[in-house]
Ligand binder design. Sequence first.
Ligand SMILES: *[C@@H]1O[C@H](CO)[C@@H](O)[C@H](O)[C@H]1NC(C)=O
Ligand SMILES: *[C@@H]1O[C@H](CO)[C@@H](O)[C@H](O)[C@H]1NC(C)=O
Ligand SMILES: *[C@@H]1O[C@H](CO)[C@@H](O)[C@H](O)[C@H]1NC(C)=O
Ligand SMILES: *[C@@H]1O[C@H](CO)[C@@H](O)[C@H](O)[C@H]1NC(C)=O
Ligand SMILES: *[C@@H]1O[C@H](CO)[C@@H](O)[C@H](O)[C@H]1NC(C)=O
Ligand SMILES: *[C@@H]1O[C@H](CO)[C@@H](O)[C@H](O)[C@H]1NC(C)=O
Length: 172
Amino acid sequence: MRAAAAAAAPWAGLALLWAAGFCAGDAKGYRRRVSLEYNPGWASSRVNLLHTRAVGLNDTLHYVWSTIGVPTVLLVYTASDSSSLRVNWTQLLSSSPAGAIRIDPADSVLYSTAVVFPRLWEYNGSNTSDLSLVKAGQVYPSYNLANFTWASLDGRMNETTLSADFQGSAQE
Ligand SMILES: *[C@@H]1O[C@H](CO)[C@@H](O)[C@H](O)[C@H]1NC(C)=O
Ligand SMILES: *[C@@H]1O[C@H](CO)[C@@H](O)[C@H](O)[C@H]1NC(C)=O
Ligand SMILES: *[C@@H]1O[C@H](CO)[C@@H](O)[C@H](O)[C@H]1NC(C)=O
Ligand SMILES: *[C@@H]1O[C@H](CO)[C@@H](O)[C@H](O)[C@H]1NC(C)=O
Ligand SMILES: *[C@@H]1O[C@H](CO)[C@@H](O)[C@H](O)[C@H]1NC(C)=O
Ligand SMILES: *[C@@H]1O[C@H](CO)[C@@H](O)[C@H](O)[C@H]1NC(C)=O
C-alpha cells in the first residue's frame, strides 16, 4: 500500500492505492480479502471516513482513513478474521472525539498505530525528495491540511481497484 500526498495549488489530493488483492507474498498464492466501507453506520457524506478491511486466515488489517479534522490514517492489526470496527459517530463529531473509534473484540488487537498529515509542503525539486537539497526560495509556504475542505468520497471510490481519491481545497 502506498499513500501519497501531492499538491498543485490551490488543491491537494491524498491518493490511496492498493495493490489489487493485497497479496501477502505466500508461495501458495495466499491473498487477503480486501473490502472498502465508507462512513460505516453514518448515513451522510458530509464527512469522510474510509474503512478498509483486509482479512487473512487468522487476522485482519484495518485501515481507517479520515478527513475529519486533520487527515489521519489509523492502522489496527488484529488476531481475528472477524474483528470489526465500531464508530461512535456522536462522539467522533463532538469536540472530544477520543475513544470514538474502537475494534471489537478489543483483546484481538495485536498492534495499532496512526499517521497524521498536518501540513503539506510544496517545493520545486522534481529530482529530489531530500528537502535539504532544495534551494532557499524554492520551498513555498506550507498548507495547513486542517483548514482544507474535503470533497465527499461518495463516487470517488472504486471497489474493483480498491482505490479511493481524497480531494481537498485550501482556503488559506
Ligand atoms: C489459524 O488458527 C488456527 C487455530 O488457532 C490454527 O490451527 C491455524 O494453524 C492458524 N492458521 C494460520 C495460517 O495461522
Ligand atoms: C457514543 O458517545 C456518546 C458521547 O460520548 C455517548 O453518550 C453514547 O453513549 C455513546 N454511544 C455508544 C453506543 O456507545
Ligand atoms: C524550478 O527549478 C528549476 C531548476 O532549478 C528552474 O529552472 C525553474 O525555473 C524553477 N521553477 C520555479 C517555478 O521556480
Ligand atoms: C532532473 O534530472 C534529469 C536527469 O538527470 C535532468 O535531465 C533534468 O534536467 C533534471 N531536472 C531538474 C529540474 O534539475
Ligand atoms: C488555519 O489554521 C490555523 C491554525 O489552526 C488557524 O490559525 C487559521 O485561522 C486557519 N485559517 C483558516 C482560513 O481557517
Ligand atoms: C473502477 O476501475 C476500473 C479499472 O480502472 C474501471 O474499469 C471501472 O469502471 C471503475 N469503476 C468505477 C465504479 O469507477
